[in-house]
Design a protein around this ligand. Structure first.
Ligand code: PAF
Length: 298
């Protein structure tokens, strides 16, 4: 059985707990979270453990006010520290860093923040202004506080992952960022802390998001247009899903050029409200250029 993780509430406690690993030259891994941990987070912890072996595995739990807009779910965002500690214990986490808002933002809202650039204005950013500024600012702070060798983020929040990689590259941050695959319910719904808001009917309807993405994946060999048409057709068959966006991009979230060659890697992303809860999902696909004999069926 794993030992109970040590809990650090302040930066000083964190520094003290991590000092043996640092002085012993052992690697430090970080999985930043907002808590309400589920199997998706557990899988990130396992990926981080693979990277740090017998080094120190840190999970941060911090609901970051800076990344929530007015009218978003900051107040009702689930806070479940006791249950979260059990998940961390089960996964062999060494340290849980669970700071207060004052600890992370001692002077109140920071005057200096990370400017996420143009990528933060599309997709999620188009309906959530300021969201990625808040995400990148807190991630920069957590990286500064924990000073990990490796930090693991889920592909479920794909735009966030791309932006964090970009920040680390552009600002020369000394950390390796690793993306880990999305975990899913048996029916395909991507695991998310927000799934717990879904009541019975919206929970059934929410599976439409992954079905939409899979529909595109299944015909990706016929090219980008066919893949997008298939996704749109799948969405038309759904009820209870209020679409925000459906986009097919390159893996860095840029536009795909017309007539991409066979074998081009792409990403399909969707965001929608289901029963009042905003959900996002995405999947990779490899575009082909096979002759389309299915188009009339779609
Ligand atoms: O993905 C999340 O849970 C959050 O956006 C993160 C990366 C922990 C920053 O608050």
């Amino acid at each position: 059985m794993s030992a109970t993780p040590l809990v650090a509430r302040t930066r000083d406690e964190l520094a003290e707990i991590l000092s043996p690993a640092r002085s012993g030259g052992r690697p430090v891994g970080l999985v930043p979270t907002m808590g309400a941990l589920h199997e998706g987070h557990a899988s990130l912890m396992r990926v981080a453990r693979e990277h740090v072996a017998d080094g120190a595995l840190v999970v941060s739990i911090f609901v970051n006010p800076l990344q929530f807009g007015a009218g978003e779910d900051l107040d009702r965002y689930p806070r479940t520290l006791e249950a979260d500690l059990k998940v961390c214990e089960r996964e062999g986490v060494d340290v849980v860093f669970a700071p207060s808002v004052d600890e992370v933002y001692p002077g109140g809202e920071p005057q200096v923040t990370v400017e996420p650039g143009p990528l933060a204005t599309v997709l999620e950013g188009s309906t959530r202004p300021g969201h990625f500024r808040g995400v990148l600012t807190v991630v920069a702070k957590l990286l500064g506080l924990v000073r990990p060798d490796v930090a693991v983020f889920g592909e479920k929040d794909y735009q966030q992952l791309v932006l964090i990689k970009r920040m680390v590259l552009d600002l020369n941050m000394p950390v390796t960022v690793v993306g880990a695959p999305t975990q899913r319910e048996p029916d395909g719904l991507a695991l998310s802390s927000r799934n717990r808001y879904l009541e019975d009917e919206p929970r059934q309807e929410a599976v439409a998001l992954s079905r939409t993405l899979r529909a595109a994946q299944e015909v990706a060999e016929y090219g980008a247009d066919v893949a997008l048409d298939a996704a749109r057709a799948e969405l038309r068959r759904t009820t209870g899903v209020d679409l925000d966006y459906l986009a097919l991009t390159d893996p860095e979230l840029g536009d795909l050029p017309p007539d991409v060659p066979a074998g081009t890697e792409a990403r399909i992303l969707v965001a929608a409200r289901v029963g009042g809860t905003r959900l996002i999902d995405n999947m990779p696909l490899t575009l082909g250029s096979a002759p389309d004999q299915r188009q009339e069926e779609l």
